[in-house]
Design a protein around this ligand. Sequence first.
Ligand SMILES: O=C(O)CNC(=O)[C@H](CS)NC(=O)CCC(=O)C(=O)O
Length: 295
Amino acid sequence: MTISSGSPATFRVALAQMRTGRSVAANIDAAAALVREAKAAGADYVMTPEMTSLMEDDRARLFDTVVDEADDSALADLRALARTFGLWLHIGSLAVKVSPERAANRSFVIAPTGDIAARYDKIHMFDVDLAGGESYRESESFVAGDAAVLADLPWGRIGLSICYDLRFPALYRALAEAGASFLAVPAAFTRQTGEAHWHVLLRARAIETGCFVMAAAQGGHHECGRETFGHSLIVDPWGRILAEGGTTPGLVIADIDPSEVVMARGRVPSLQHGRRFSLVEPAAEPRLHVIGGGP
Ligand SMILES: O=C(O)CNC(=O)[C@H](CS)NC(=O)CCC(=O)C(=O)O
């Protein structure tokens, strides 16, 4: 939970907000243009949203396009991009075929050498029925991951997550307890849930963990018919919004000072105050319910 001494003091984060469509080539071109622009703006670390290379709700069309990781030319292109521009490139996710019937929703942290420093498979599947008949069954096409993953950046440790994972705070608590100073939440939030929950959930995760939270988003009306919320967000460990996007593609940039992690946790050390407790279930006869494990 400490920032290793000798780390460069600050670094510049650029979130690449996208509106991914049905053409992988066009989507990778769009990502490449944003990475080029981020480099020109002095970015050290660039994050793209969930489903960077393809946004496809039709299962048959999805499986006509997805390939094994080893055969994915989009991933090869993105690795080359990180190397060419000499920056950390965090791909929010790609759909990676892992069986004839299923894909993984997989993040890649790519080092400036082009090497893959970390992979993370989205753990929580978005199987929900929203108002107005909007419905998702992510688990019909994707297999859930079962491992929480961290990566070491030159500025500190980053904990990985994707989109719907944001609703499961125990994951972020575990990542922070494992030494994360930064939490990544690349996303494709729906417009209706984003309007209601996006900012408050991201700010809560930052406040609870004393981490910077960085969330590159999909935004707008996509070719597949879906509408996403946008509003890519960078939040500091005190819960303040440092930079925010709208609904159109483009960069959201902020300078990150890792020492603010130490400061925020110094003021409110809730990460160290987590306490085990027993659960007292309601008794048959009404009485006072006491929740907590004593002093
Ligand atoms: O299916 C794909 O192509 C890519 N995956 C997604 O877009 C996923 C699953 S449908 N979306 C979310 O997790 C949104 C979560 C959300 O909006 C919320 O938690 O409110």
